[in-house]
Write a protein that binds this ligand. Structure first.
Ligand code: C2E
Ligand code: MG
Ligand code: MG
Ligand code: MG
Length: 288
C-alpha cells in the first residue's frame, strides 16, 4: 500500500522527529525561565530510621510546577538542564528553597540532595553549596549529598577535591543507586562515602526475585564489612520493610511511608508529628 511506501515512511519519520525536537526545544526555553521564577521546587521524600521507625529526614527531589502542564518529574527536565548547563542554577535554587523551608523543622532532621555528574565537573561546586548553607543558616552537618556511580567516571581527581571540601564542612556523602549502572566496587574506595543506597529496582523485586534478594543480601554484608550504613530505597510494603530491617539496613524510603511531598505538605506532616519548632524556639535555635 502507498501508506507503507518508503517516501511516506520517511516523511512521517521526519515529521515526528521534528515534533520531538520542537517539544524538547519548548521545554528548554521554558526551563530557562522556570528556574528564576522558582517553578522548579523541592519535594521531600521521608527517610525512616528502620531501627526506631522514626522519621530521620528527607531526600529532596526536584519537581517542575508547570503553570500549564502541571507537575513534571525530574526524568524529563534534569537531562535537559544537564545538557544545557542549567543544572547548577537549578540545583542551587531548589537547595536554597529547601534550606529556607527547613528553618522551622526539628533540628534533628537531615536533608539529602542529589548531585548530577555534570556538577562534579565544576571546581567551585563545593563553595557554591557552602555559600547557600551559610546564606540560609542550614547546618552543613544536616546535609547529605547523593552521587550516582556513573558520576565518578569523568574526572576522579576533581570529584575527590570537591568531595573533600564538602566533607571538611561536615557534609555527608552517599553513593546512590548502588548495584546499577557503572557499578564497580572500586568506586567505594575512590571517594570517602558515609553511606550506600541500594537501588530501588532490587528492593522492589526482593520478594519475587531470588537474584534481587541475593544481591540485597550481598550489599548489606558488604556494608557491614566496610562499616558503611545502608539505605534501602523503593520500600512499598511492610513485608519488604521487615526483611530489610532484619538484614540490618539502617534507613528506608519508599511509597510505604508516602509519596514525595511539596514544602507545604511536608510542613503539615511535621506539624502532625510535632516536629516543627515553635516560633520562640526557632528564635532561640537561631541565636545559638
Ligand atoms: P533517586 O535519587 O534514586 O530518587 C529516587 C526516585 O525513586 C524518586 O523518583 C522517588 O520518587 C522514587 N521512589 C521512591 N520511593 C519509591 C517507591 O517506593 N516506589 C517507586 N516506584 N518509586 C519510588 P523521582 O523523584 O522521579 O526522581 C528520579 C531521579 O531523578 C532521582 O533518582 C534522581 O536521580 C533524579 N533527581 C531528582 N531530583 C534531582 C535533583 O535535584 N538533581 C539531580 N541531579 N537529580 C535529581
Ligand atoms: Mg537519590
Ligand atoms: Mg536512588
Ligand atoms: Mg535514580
Amino acid at each position: 500500500a502507498s501508506k507503507n511506501s518508503g517516501r511516506n515512511r520517511f516523511a512521517w519519520f521526519d515529521m515526528s522527529m521534528e515534533r520531538e525536537l520542537q517539544a524538547r526545544n519548548e521545554l528548554e526555553v521554558g526551563l530557562r525561565g522556570a528556574i528564576p521564577r522558582q517553578e522548579i521546587v523541592p519535594y521531600f521524600e521521608q527517610q525512616i530510621d528502620l531501627t526506631t521507625g522514626r522519621l530521620g529526614g528527607f531526600e529532596m527531589l526536584a519537581r517542575w510546577e508547570h503553570p500549564q502542564r502541571g507537575l513534571i518529574g525530574p526524568e524529563i527536565f534534569i537531562p535537559i538542564a544537564e545538557e544545557t548547563g542549567m543544572i547548577a542554577d537549578l540545583s542551587l535554587s531548589i537547595m536554597r528553597q529547601a534550606f529556607l523551608a527547613a528553618k522551622d523543622w526539628d533540628p534533628a532532621l537531615s536533608i539529602s540532595v542529589n548531585i548530577s555528574p555534570w556538577q562534579l565537573k565544576d571546581a567551585w561546586l563545593a563553595q557554591k553549596i557552602i555559600k547557600v548553607l551559610t546564606e540560609t543558616g542550614f547546618p552543613a552537618t544536616r546535609l547529605e549529598v547523593e552521587i550516582t556511580e556513573s558520576s565518578l567516571f569523568d574526572n576522579l581527581a576533581l570529584a575527590q577535591s570537591i568531595v573533600g571540601s564538602l566533607k571538611n564542612q561536615g557534609i555527608r556523602l552517599a553513593l546512590d543507586d548502588f548495584g546499577t549502572g557503572y557499578s564497580s566496587l572500586a568506586h567505594l574506595r575512590a571517594l570517602p562515602f558515609d553511606r550506600i543506597k541500594i537501588d530501588k529496582s532490587f528492593i522492589m523485586s526482593i520478594n519475587d526475585n531470588a537474584e534481587s534478594a541475593a544481591i540485597v543480601n550481598a550489599i548489606t554484608r558488604l556494608g557491614d564489612s566496610l562499616n558503611l550504613p545502608i539505605t534501602a530505597e523503593g520500600i512499598e510494603d511492610a513485608v519488604t520493610e521487615e526483611r530489610l530491617r532484619a538484614l540490618g539496613c539502617s534507613k528506608g524510603q519508599g511509597y510505604l511511608y508516602g509519596r514525595p511531598m511539596s514544602i507545604a505538605n511536608t510542613r503539615r506532616l511535621l506539624a502532625e508529628k510535632r516536629l516543627l519548632l515553635q516560633p520562640g524556639a526557632q528564635k532561640a535555635a537561631r541565636k545559638e
